[in-house]
Design a protein around this ligand. Sequence first.
Ligand code: UGA
Length: 458
Amino acid sequence: MGIDHRAFVSGGRDGVERFMRISVVGCGYLGAVHAAAMADLGHEVVGVDVDESKIAALREARAPFYEPGFEELLARTLATGRLRFSTDVAEAAGAQLHFVCVGTPQKRGENGADLRYVEAAAESLLGVVSPGDLVVGKSTVPVGTAARLAELVGGKVPGALLAWNPEFLREGFAVHDTLHPDRLVYGLPDGADGATAERMLDEVYAPIVARGTPKVITDYATAEMVKTAANSFLATKISFINAMAELCEATGADVCQLADAIGYDDRIGRKFLNAGLGFGGGCLPKDIRAFMARAGELGADQALTFLREVDNINMRRRIRMVELAREVCGGSLLGKRIAVLGAAFKPDSDDIRDSPALNVAAQLQLQGAVVRVTDPAAVENSRREWPHLDYAATPEEAAERADAVLLLTEWKQYRELDPVAFGKVVAGKRVLDGRNALDRETWTAAGWTYRALGRRAG
Ligand code: UGA
């Protein structure tokens, strides 16, 4: 006997009036969380991915990546019977909405986005989409992609529609951001088709819409650009404060106080003004580059040349960190033992894509330092991608007899280290705070030489 979803849903916690059948193609951070979250809202969902090990893990409620709260969500939704995972896209047949959530990495040797996974996902869906279905793009794509895919879908399956619905989730907060987004953006076709697509999306997101979440109804190009513009703005904000940090280093001013002071102006805001080692990860760096590449193709490259500088400022922070390490080690890194705290591109993640921390660790090692890296979640991934680095399970193990300790990813457990006890394991009490995350006074009071980006020596 099948499960009576409707009965379950109508008495359900989130007030979905009508459950929908959904497929989610691509089960990475975006897709896996989206699939489980949509099942949590009461829908019947199948998540599809070509990676067998990923699907096997998801079926057993094991997250293939570190994401707080995700395994609980998975376990909860799998238990309802509303969520399934498969490697076979044919399982998506019968769904009314098909979300495309595959990755769009940077092309090798080029700035542009590699669209091969999006195209493969769209192609594979053509075999299962029926008239009246809605294909919903969530991947971050160069402007113009949605219009092209809409033609492809509509051309092969008359009556099937396409919408672009970008996603703004942050790694580390993916579950919360998916279930409680701060806005919904629908890029829709014109006319009656647009109204149909809007209605279908509203049904999927019913509890979120009912909560009064701001909704922006727009065309494909704007929806695609909202995403890249948002990430470019965030990257610019970080590089702005890091450019100020460079000036602070030249003048003796303090970038943290500067950020606090300008952040009180709510036109500026304090968020994303944390100076330090800069941005990394699978989104911000590649998105600003893809945006520049696309602007070039459109003959509008001048509009985004400032993003090149944003990228440059960001990369210079990594070099500066290595220089600072050399400085505190007395002018040479040769044979110096250095502990690196943090490998993930940010805390609460095991994602090491374009990780500033690993980039610095590798440069230090290339320049002759003996580097030991630790991270609460990302050691396994790091070891696979950077096998030549040495890894430790704990900060104490990493810092044993170290000449300098570098905090490069601000995990809570590192921010809360006791500088007195920690001082007993190192050879030299020198700490470099790459994320301006430690309390300078407590560390200096415990006898440490404290150095940070954009701040005077402590
Ligand atoms: C980013 C955006 O914040 C999300 O809105 C977007 O949906 C996502 O990309 C995406 O395109 O999928 P995420 O990559 O998870 O999310 O990470 P962020 O929290 O934006 O942090 C990016 C980097 O900036 C990290 O390396 C972080 O350490 C750094 N950062 C962040 C700073 O250096 N300073 C800050 O003040 C804030």
